[in-house]
Design a protein around this ligand. Sequence first.
Ligand code: SF4
Length: 344
Amino acid sequence: MNMEGSLVILVVVVPLLTALIFIIRYYNYKNLLGFETLHLAMHSTRSSDETKPADVIQQSTNTGVSGATAPLSVNFHLTRQCNYRCGFCFHTAITSFVLPVAEAMHGLSLLADSGMRKVNFSGGEPFLVDRGNYVGKLVQFCKEELNLPSVTIVTNGSLVTEQWFQQYGEFLDILAVSWELGSRGQLEHVRDWCKEYKVAFKLNTVVNAYNKSEDMTEKVHALAPCRWKVFQCLPVVGENIGAAARRNVKEFLVTTDEFDEFLDRHRRVKCLVPESNENMRNSYLILDEYMRFLNCTSGGKEPSRSILDVGVTPAMNRSGFDEKMFFKRGGKYKWSKVDMELDW
Ligand code: SF4
């Protein structure tokens, strides 16, 4: 190449090539910012999860207040009405509302879709609604349609009948009877029906000023429950304490030392599961009669919006649920009757 050719390359071709490289890079950069941003913006009208990588979606489902991933175990207080008037009751008859059964089933389906594996029906007294048929239909639906591993009820036992067991017993895993009430003479009947219709029998006792000195060891052994849950009497603002409350729990309260003494007196009972106020307060996912999660972190019960209106995740974000305490208090246990080695 002569001198003239070298000059042409230097003065014309090199700047042209440099400009070309710059233009290509510029357009690539623009595409990255402009086109991709537009692409994402167009898809943002779809569900936000569809635009996120899998690991981000995983994080976004960690929605409980303390990082709960799913409503694993839910307590649905389907009614606030009760045929008893216990002085320490912490879920009182503020309303008489009961959801239509189809709406309750819809809410339970939403919970199952979100990861619920255990549901406990409670009240008030769940057998009070439609003579037990309402809770019976929900129990059957949860076992047959939703295939939940654990379906349980807490009751005062007074309205439970053998006919109920004949119709719905096969769908129920555990029936827990509140024992400090004595269930007015039919505790043994309920225990026997549980055995006959293959439902695990559980006892719940609230330790309060009137039974704190009792020794129930022999009676518990005679009744042979699969589990005996022993609670420390719990004050809840707006329910059993405070100006607006329908009960006054003060005369029933026991100190931590008195509760511990009760536990110590019953240390021979192997199935005893203790629950102090501290363990209890925020470690339950509680749904009220409107299917609103109740947040107990402030000492009262602050309702979220209903899962029927806003879905499970936004409602659960307002629940105040302490998942760590749930596991610490033994909230996850052998809760399906097929897994229990019971002597039917
Ligand atoms: S039986 Fe239960 S729901 Fe009814 S008043 Fe007593 S503690 Fe409350």
